[in-house]
Design a protein around this ligand. Structure first.
Ligand code: SF4
Length: 283
């Protein structure tokens, strides 16, 4: 009996390189436009009819924007503003104005009442404050034990960069380069970096917070299985630079007013005709 011929060795299958997040996002943007043409402009137009079309204007100075955004992480905006006001009060950089002299400025898309237009806290004092003290000051904002070291880490990074607490060097920088610089600071993610750059300098970046993410997934603007981090890339592939501020503010406002996490008010929603949560077959 002749022995059975051993199987011919097959060449090892070459594993394909994984596509980059940017490539995946461009592919998604193309597929969405092919399968559901004009969806994003439809959503933005309907939301603009309902809530007005947001126009960019700066809110706070860039370092205040950074610290306030750190304070809002997993906290209600209204609590973050109380914590930020406490920083101004405890570490003042200018004499305190008379009580009641300044009304809070409200901001589009913001969930609190806004803050008075006052000078930033003394960042050197905040940076060098003992952690237990700083934690107590910002306690009303929630998660103070995590946030106090994050605030100081951010201030250390700024001071180490040029000796002062300033972000002006990021003005006009290419958006992703500026975002990478900020998100290299411990505790700063894509969302915080994008908020700071978009609101302070008008840098075309699209911050995706929990409201934007929820609304986007329900409508079907981003893939069902994406996560908030990846959603940043999807939006950069889908939006023109001049649409990013409008998209962020309009979607966040819609999430706060209508598309609530529980019980979204679909009956009164202007984008319902094209929302996959409302109608799984919506085009
Ligand atoms: S139809 Fe409902 S789920 Fe869809 S965006 Fe509107 S409120 Fe949200």
């Amino acid at each position: 009996m002749t022995p059975a011929a051993s199987p011919k060795p097959t060449p090892k299958a070459r594993s394909k390189p994984k596509p980059s997040p940017e490539k995946i996002a461009r592919t998604w943007a193309h597929q969405l436009e092919t399968k559901r043409p004009g969806l994003l402009p439809f959503v933005l137009d309907r939301l603009a009819e309902a809530n007005g079309r947001p126009v960019w204007r700066p809110r706070l100075d860039p370092v205040s924007e950074l610290v306030l955004t750190i304070l809002t992480a997993n906290s209600a905006d209204i609590n973050a503003e109380v914590a930020f006001a406490a920083l101004r009060e405890t570490y003042p950089s200018a004499p305190r104005p008379p009580d009641g002299a300044l009304e809070p400025q409200s901001w589009p898309g913001w969930g609190g009442v806004g803050l008075p237009d006052l000078p930033a806290p003394d960042w050197t004092a905040v940076e060098s404050a003992p952690i237990p003290e700083l934690t107590d000051v910002i306690r009303p904002g929630g998660l103070a034990n995590q946030k106090a070291p994050r605030v100081q880490a951010a201030l250390h990074a700024l001071a180490a960069n040029g000796g002062s607490h300033s972000l002006e060097f990021l003005r006009g920088r290419p958006p992703l380069e500026a975002r990478d610089w900020l998100s290299a600071i411990p505790g700063i993610g894509k969302k915080t970096a994008s908020v700071v750059l978009l609101f302070s300098f008008g840098t075309p970046l699209m911050p995706v917070d929990r409201h934007v993410f929820r609304v986007s997934q329900r409508i079907g603007l981003i893939p069902e299985k994406s996560d908030p981090d990846a959603a940043h890339d999807y939006y950069l592939a889908m939006l023109a630079p001049e649409q990013m501020y409008e998209a962020h503010v309009s979607l966040i406002t819609h999430g706060r007013r209508t598309c609530h996490a529980r019980n979204p008010d679909c009956e009164h929603c202007p984008v319902a005709p094209r929302c996959r949560y409302f109608d799984p077959k919506a085009e």
